[in-house]
Design a protein around this ligand. Structure first.
Ligand code: ATP
Length: 209
């Protein structure tokens, strides 16, 4: 834990990206990788990569690069790749359905194990192998899940968030446009797809590459 606490947040966010690429190299039997190769593959400049990797205790050698096996075992440990994180999804609409059908396990060890919806028609069905429960049964059916994905309409977001926190959820991936309020020990990552798309279009128009 102490080791991880020293890694800056910006570096920690790039970890899964590095892990995915390095793990592929590892599976292909590659022993080493240069920061240039890494930089081209993950689109992060090599100075940043060198700085990030110094936090991992991985100091590349000139003319050799980084030891792939060392990096893979570090990333596995740090990202808890050996342990599956179970996730709940709330709101099985268009977006929620897509997430249930998407195989997250392909690239990392997170797995949606249960979904909730208010629509009685959906309850009792399975999507992508995940059972859909009624939102009224959240407390009863959530189990020990500590991470939740919110794909409900905005107006339902805060009420559901409060209930999730009551159940001990400590991380929420919020896809609703609503800004949700949580206690300081709960982490929220907010992804508003329409804002992201709008902002991309804006940048293309005003700051062409
Ligand atoms: P999306 O926004 O994901 O494309 P959609 O347009 O199909 O979805 P929305 O109205 O956004 O539908 O609702 C998303 C899902 O959330 C629906 O399946 C809806 O039944 C469900 N839902 C709505 N209110 C609640 C609630 N209070 N608790 C749980 N689920 C809810």
């Amino acid at each position: 834990m102490d080791e991880e606490a020293k890694i800056p947040q910006a570096t920690a966010k790039r970890l899964p990206l590095y892990y995915r690429f390095i793990n592929n190299l590892y599976l292909q039997g590659k022993m080493r990788v240069s920061s240039k190769e890494l930089s081209d593959a993950v689109k992060v400049d090599s100075a940043t990569i060198r700085r990030d990797f110094s936090y991992f205790g991985a100091l590349g050698k000139k003319g050799y690069g980084y030891n792939v096996e060392h990096l893979v075992s570090f990333f596995r440990k740090t990202l808890d790749q050996d342990e599956t994180t179970e996730v709940a999804l709330i709101g099985v609409g268009n977006l929620g359905t897509a997430f249930l059908n998407y195989n997250f396990m392909k690239n990392n060890n997170t797995k949606i194990v249960v979904a909730f919806d208010a629509d009685k028609e959906r309850v009792g069905q399975e999507v992508g192998g995940v059972p859909i429960e009624h939102i009224d049964d959240l407390e009863e059916r959530m189990g020990n899940v500590s991470v939740a994905i919110l794909t409900v309409p905005s107006q339902a977001a805060q009420g559901i968030t409060d209930r999730l926190i009551g159940q001990g959820v400590s991380g929420i991936l919020n896809f609703t446009p609503a800004r949700i309020t949580v206690p300081s020990d709960v982490r929220v990552h907010h992804i508003d797809l329409s804002v992201e798309l709008q902002s991309l279009a804006y940048f293309l128009k005003h700051y062409p590459l």
